[in-house]
Design a protein around this ligand. Structure first.
Ligand code: CAO
Length: 243
């Protein structure tokens, strides 16, 4: 790779040299490996989550009584399983021989977690076999472990697909880097109430921005557009996301 020029920044003003954290030292080369090996494209779409959010709010107090925080991310991860089932290529990895796809028959989903020490990706196993309460509980437990630096190797292995949610912070869209050798990653930004034309009037609808980055060696643009559209429909319908 061509090298970025080395510059003596102190020639231009005061500087301080601080060591990179342990997690950044591990995640940096992995992110770079994915970026340079997998040709990335990002597909954007919006999901109407008005109904889903009403369901989430209705379940909130039941969840709280079980010590669970019912976050939108739990519903989104359940919806991803539906889309992965419908479009199995997204649940694959490219065989190192470059001539086969390894199709995974399980649904272990990673989620990006922001911690004081850097980005980590805990994995919830068999999301297809869990209801939204179980997923929300595990999300909370793993996110807490991540923040306290208590994640073990076993908590971060085996993911088929990753969700990176910046929705609790803000933003309208971003281009996540695929967690290779996975072939796609869903970025989620902040849901906002937006006026949506229903043919006669503008209706206020809670709108969730989706940003799906994918490895173009494995996924075609049309498949990515179909995947995000399907995911948006599953989120909008939301009937199959609770159990
Ligand atoms: N739109 C609007 N609001 C959202 C939302 C969305 N898409 N997603 C979450 N929220 C709300 C939640 O409901 C919560 O509100 P209340 O407290 O009022 O219920 C608030 O935002 C905070 O949510 P949260 O961030 O604590 O919880 P989460 O389950 O959404 O996310 C976790 C958990 C671990 C994913 C998150 O804390 C985190 O680390 N996010 C950053 C991930 C990241 O860094 N990605 C980038 C990777 S690439 O560098």
């Amino acid at each position: 790779l061509p090298q970025v020029p080395e510059i003596d920044h102190s020639k231009f003003g005061d500087v301080e040299r601080v060591p990179l954290g342990r997690i950044k030292k591990i995640s940096g080369p992995r992110l770079q490996a994915s970026w340079v090996n997998a040709p990335h494209v990002t597909q954007h779409d919006d999901a109407d989550i008005t109904k889903m959010d009403a369901v989430r709010k209705a379940l909130k107090s039941d969840a709280e009584s079980m010590g669970i925080k019912m976050t939108p991310l739990a519903f989104i991860m359940k919806a991803c399983v539906h889309a992965l089932r419908e479009f199995p290529d997204f649940n694959s990895s490219l065989d190192p021989d470059g001539e086969h796809l390894i199709m995974k028959k399980y649904f272990h989903l990673g989620f990006a977690a922001d911690t004081p020490n850097g980005l980590v990706v805990p994995v919830i196993r068999d999301v297809d076999e869990k209801n939204v309460f179980d997923v929300a509980r595990e999300l909370g437990e793993l996110a807490e472990k991540a923040r306290n630096g208590k994640l073990q190797q076993k908590h971060m292995q085996g993911a088929c697909f990753t969700v990176s949610s910046l929705g609790g912070i803000g933003g309208t869209a971003f281009t996540p880097i695929v967690n290779a050798p996975e072939v796609a990653i869903l970025g989620v930004s902040k849901a906002e109430m937006k006026p949506v034309w229903n043919g006669q009037d503008f209706e206020p609808r809670l709108t969730l921005p989706l940003s799906l980055s994918y490895d173009h060696r494995v996924i075609d643009g049309a498949a990515a557009a179909r995947f995000t559209r399907y995911l948006a429909d599953v989120l909008a319908d939301c009937r199959n996301l609770v159990m």
